[in-house]
Structure formats: C-alpha cells, structure tokens
Design a protein around this ligand. Sequence first.
Ligand code: BTN
Length: 262
Amino acid sequence: SGPLSGCRVGGSLMCLETIDSTNTEAKRQAMAGAPDGLVIVSEEQTGGRGRRGRSFQSPKGKGLYLTALLRPRLDPSQVADITAWVAVAVCDGIEAACGVRPQIKWTNDLVLEGRKLCGILTELGLESESNDLDYLITGIGINVNHTPEDFDAEVRPIATSLAQALGRPVSRPALAAEVIREVDRLYAALAAGESGPYLTEYRRRGVNLGRTVRLLGPDGGETAEALDIDGDFGLVVRTADGGIRTVRSGEVSVRGLYGYTE
Ligand code: BTN
C-alpha cells in the first residue's frame, strides 16, 4: 500500500514529460470518459494557462504542474467556492511536505514571504442539455525548485519558490503526494457539505484582512478596506464612501504585496 492507497483522488495517475496544459489534457480526458479522481502531472507545460486568459510559465523540471479531474454529484452552484477550498488544501499539503506556512491572497493565490508561490485554475464542464455538472478540473501550479532566473523578468519580482524560501531543493514527488492527499480529503468534505474547517482555515491564512486593497474593475479600480471573509468565501470590504459590500469574484491587489505600494 503506497502513500495514496485508499484515495479516490490519484486513484489513476498520468505522469507526462510534456503537455500543452495539464488542465487542457484533463478536459480532453474527461470528454473521453476518464474516471473520477484522475490526476495528471507533467514535467513541463508548453501552454500553461492562468486565470483571465493569462499564461502560466511552467519551465521543465522546476514546478509541480498538477490537475485533478473530479466528478462530484453536485450542482454547479454547490461548487462555486471550490477554488478557495483547493487553496486551503494546497497550503496544507505544502505545509505537510515542507514545513512552511503559505498564506492565501483572496481569492486563490498562495503567498509566501509576500510573493506568489502558487496559482490555481478551476474549470467546470456542464452538460449542455441539463446544465448538470459533468466534470470539474482543478489545476495547481506550484513554484518548487525555481531560481529567480527561472522566472521571466516581469514575474521575477513578485514570484517565489519553495526552494528560494527554504534555501534547499524540494522533492516534487513527495510534495505531489501530500497535495493529492489533501485534495482527496477536500473531495470527501465537499461531498459531505463540510465547508466549516475550510472556511476557518481560509480565514486564518488570509493576507487581505485589515489591509487596503484595490478592486480591479473594468473602469480602472477602486480602493477599499478588506474587513472579513463571509460564509461563502466572499471578501467583505468598506469602500471609500463608507459603504460595505461583498466582492464575490474578480481580482484585488493588496497594498504591500506584489509591488503594489502606492
Ligand atoms: C493563476 O495564477 O492565474 C492560475 C495558474 C494555474 C496554473 C496551473 S499549472 C497546472 C494547471 N495547468 C494549467 O494550464 N494551469 C494550471
């Protein structure tokens, strides 16, 4: 019995040398009928994808590029917060494997020492007739053994890796096993509707609270004070006019992080 025996997630595992994107491959596999819990990892991605159509640099042998394919028997509305849960699971996996404690920048960047350590991209596949959830794929990109030179000039100042923070290389297979185990645990909690522990840990790890944030919108942005995370993982803010509202999606910059200092 290996480290993942008894886990649904990782019950089937595809280890690739190279791929365009593990998320795109998971989508192809899902449409071809792949089983619930399939995990795909690749040594490199030639077209790694980030949120909002951005690319995700995925140099060979440096990071952990991992996607899990899940087929929960839930409505799309019941998995709306899933990326926040995954952020908690990945933090727990990293902490178990390496002993460092990442924080979470709302909604789902993992941050270590004020720099981005990991990004998560979740995508849903719906059945077109019924709008039922067909599959959910969650893609996790962790910077593991990158040196500063492994990042492009524009992300270098805002990115870090586990090796940079620890001053030693980290075993990617050992890290992958811990992350998969935590995603498996998450999957069981999701099926049981047990969001409580994830919400608690999400709040504990949040870097936004009590800080000034910039809400990035279509017409520039708006400065606000981040007050709380509500029961649905929304960010409660006080805007300049004193109004309180909850941001459910989109993007925020946190003053003091990633070079946002104005
Ligand atoms: C982001 O920060 O915008 C999300 C980045 C997500 C990157 C991961 S790497 C594994 C998976 N495959 C992809 O193409 N993207 C995700």
